[in-house]
Design a binder for this molecule. Sequence first.
Ligand SMILES: [Zn+2]
Length: 257
Amino acid sequence: MKFQLLPSTFDENGNASARQHLACFVVDDLIAFDAGSLAMAATDEQKKQIRDVVISHAHLDHVAGLPLYIDDLFATIKRPIQIHATTEVIEILERDLFNWSIYPRFSELTNDYGVVLEYRPFEVEKDFTVKHLRVKAIKVNHKVPSVGFLVSDGKSSFALTNDTAEINRFWEVVNQQEKLSAIFVECAFPDELGELAASSHHLTPQVLQKEIAKLKRDCPIYVVNIKPMYFEQVTCQIKQLNIQNLQVLTVGRIYEL
Ligand SMILES: [Zn+2]
């Protein structure tokens, strides 16, 4: 399975910046988990193929690229874009994003081939299928309704926390998995901003250390969703934890799981 965090910004030579402003994880060039930079950073090949987008929560850094992605492809969409999300998140997207004021309500629009957007609601802790992937959503601890994911293609599998503060149920479900190829875990703020992290329901390296202690699986753990302003600070503090298998995910790199 191919896993890639799409870049959010680029340097003057057009190379991906290490800083992550937006969240969009692409699996096998075919399925997007969150859509922060989907319109801005997906390759032409990915744009041709990606018609399924699984959304963790409706915060802007996770959905900013979604309306633009549908807009860019609008005339050419033959198979509608499928947005997989909980009903709570779908309601927020329809009310606050695709509301004709911020952007058109694509769920009510058609092109020459028919509808362009369909919602596929899923329930937490109930497996659902997205193309060749089996996905389970697990509620996490964020400021708004939000889920993490356990994802498998039958050969390899990974867990992704998305934005969250301390969690227990997520680790319980992950610990039930026999084989995991990787875990992607958030760590938004440095230790100095512990209060801000707690009030906005995010992790710091110190709190992440306690979270990882709940994990009983031995596999690579990659840190994602570091706030771009604190990238160097958080990266340094993650290294100082000196936890085997723990490293910061490289933006743009394709990981083979
Ligand atoms: Zn968030």
